[in-house]
Design a protein around this ligand. Structure first.
Ligand SMILES: [Zn+2]
Length: 265
């Protein structure tokens, strides 16, 4: 489903190659000690490379944007929305914050969501988390970061809801992986519960919601949950339960039956 939408044309693939070629310009060792002047020069070369292959690319793009996807992801520099799914400028509308959190009091995120759905008419909303997320780790370990502690409190609330089940996993990595996944599921649920999405679905919109997690170690995305207007109300809870069971099985733990006060919603 999502894979078919992401299928790229030969022309798009060519421009991705161009981007890669520009990034490796001059055989510079990646990323270290670059100045602002370097970035401006690389930008000129990137634009020239794209224009040489597709002369009308920027002229066409300047007329309008018609992205089919809204991406709500983590601010982590290792998880750039366009690059990891092979999308070009103009193809994905992006909102990012620490730990890809969606809360109904965040006017920034809600404004992006409403604009994307009602004006850009995106067909897919993606919440993308990633393994080894620093924001999620801070929530899990109650590490003090500063002002961001108040933001990651939303993730800590998810940990608190699932504490007994997460803490049964013996490794730090295993516990963090599971909380990263549960965070994606909860944040996608929060998207589905906004008045923006509920109104869109009530009006007959076919908009699809996808919860993804990205592996920093292998560059692969995994779809954890998919919601649409016909999804059963308990889909989120069932997905969280499945992820917990999978994590326990991976750690060799037999999952206990759910008990009151340990909701998986
Ligand atoms: Zn992160």
């Amino acid at each position: 489903m999502l894979r078919s939408v992401f299928t790229r044309s030969a022309a798009v693939a060519a421009s991705q190659v161009a981007l890669t070629q520009v990034r490796s310009h001059g055989n510079q060792s990646c990323c270290n000690n670059r100045s602002m002047a370097d970035l401006l020069e690389m930008n000129k070369e990137w634009a020239a490379t794209i224009s040489s292959k597709r002369p009308d690319f920027f002229k066409d793009l300047a007329q309008q944007q018609t992205p089919e996807f809204l991406w709500i992801g983590c601010s982590d520099s290792r998880v750039p929305a366009n690059q990891i799914v092979g999308l070009e400028p103009g193809e994905v509308f992006v909102h990012r914050n620490i730990a890809n959190v969606v809360v109904p009091s965040d006017l920034n995120c809600l404004s992006v969501l409403q604009f994307a759905i009602e004006h850009l008419k995106v067909r897919h909303v993606i919440v993308c988390g990633h393994y080894n997320c620093g924001g999620v780790r801070a929530a899990l370990t109650d590490t003090r970061l500063g002002l961001a502690d108040n933001w990651t409190r939303h993730v800590r609330d998810i940990y608190r809801r699932h504490t007994r089940r997460i803490d049964r996993i013996p490794t730090d990595e295993g516990r963090l992986d599971l909380l990263c996944e549960l965070n994606v599921v909860q944040q996608l649920h929060n998207v589905a519960e906004t008045t923006i999405v509920r109104n869109a679905w009530a009006a007959g919109s076919e908009i699809q919601l996808h919860g993804l997690v990205y592996g920093l170690a292998d560059g692969i995305l995994h779809q954890l949950i998919h919601l649409d207007k016909d999804s059963a109300p308990y889909t989120t809870e069932m997905t969280a339960r499945r992820l917990i069971q999978n994590a326990h099985a991976k750690a060799g733990i037999k999952s206990a039956a759910p008990s009151s006060g340990d909701s998986t919603a």
